[in-house]
Design a protein. Sequence first.
Length: 391
Amino acid sequence: MDLDDDNLERLLRVLDPNRPPKAPPYFWSPPADPDRPSLPYMPGFKTQIQSHMAPSPFGDGALYGPWPRKQLSNAELETVTQSALVMSHPPLEATTALSDTEILPETAQFTITSHISVGCEAGAQVVVCTVVKDGKPPFEAVAKIFDALYYRFSHSIASRPRDVTAEADTDYAAEAAAYKLITSDGRASKITPAYYGSWTFNLPILSRGVQQIRPVRLVLVEHLQGSNLRGLRMQNSAQIHDGLDSFHLPENYRLEVLAHAMDAYMRVLHCGVEQNDFASRNIMISSKDTSTNTDITGTSIPRVTLIDYNTAIGYSRTFYGSSMEEKMALPVNPMQWFWKHAVGGDFPGWVPREWEGSRKPMQEWLVQRFGSKEQRALYESVAKELKFDEW
């Protein structure tokens, strides 16, 4: 017998007359915010940016210790507009000890030329831009702009507000720290975008009738000429319910790109950075440097790059000081690291369909791709016996 919520509640109350009353449904939406300007990050947007020392990463107390800023309750967030929240909680600054280690600030002219991912439905704004430093030729870059005023104010699942100022701060701190660590290590330079530093700029805002200035943080990285794996999907099947996929590309090509992505993840981890979001949207294949040939299949593939580090862990910035993986002589074998991962769910339409409901086919491929004597020599020895799943 199927019961709707109301009938089920009545039945439960008959069975238990002392049952407490059902809580009323909770609906919250952001209040009207006339002070919040329209998204400014359109092609043609220009400003002067200044180099900036990002604060240390924070968020997980077990990794980083106490928060460097107040954690706001739902009650505090529910009664404030997004613009008022942003103005009352400006972006964090680095500690004096960190700032003292930096070189003198530099400035540059910043112009947005096109979009990659913009809008108020998620988090950081990602744009293509040109950057001109004094006395130097312009160069093209990708800017990731951590502007809390244009983060989504409500959670996508529950009707609850998000502390967008804290999220923008944690995203910026984690991304800048990860890129700095990867750049200083140097061993992952070809499998991550080149890093052009962390920056800040000011924007005007009319807040409660008073003209004010608010700071905005960003990082600049290499503009990769290509697409992420998710962007290569299309409707190949006549059955609409099959969804989008990349099956117009040969399977050996798709799996070799995946192998390079797994290798990139492990080499970044060997630098002391755990990227923490291995998914098709964060793997770029570039149209440049297409001469790479694999030793396994002979398939020619483009440059494969691991992007997006706003949830990354840079272990030298944590209580641990370093990770076990970065102390090893060689990177961890991807076969061991990904053995129990649900890669099929993270790469839908890129991996074979049977991977999406089963780990065993993926495990068989991992052994084939990374289990040979020649491949094992590129990585640390597999630490334990790997047992195949039954499905």
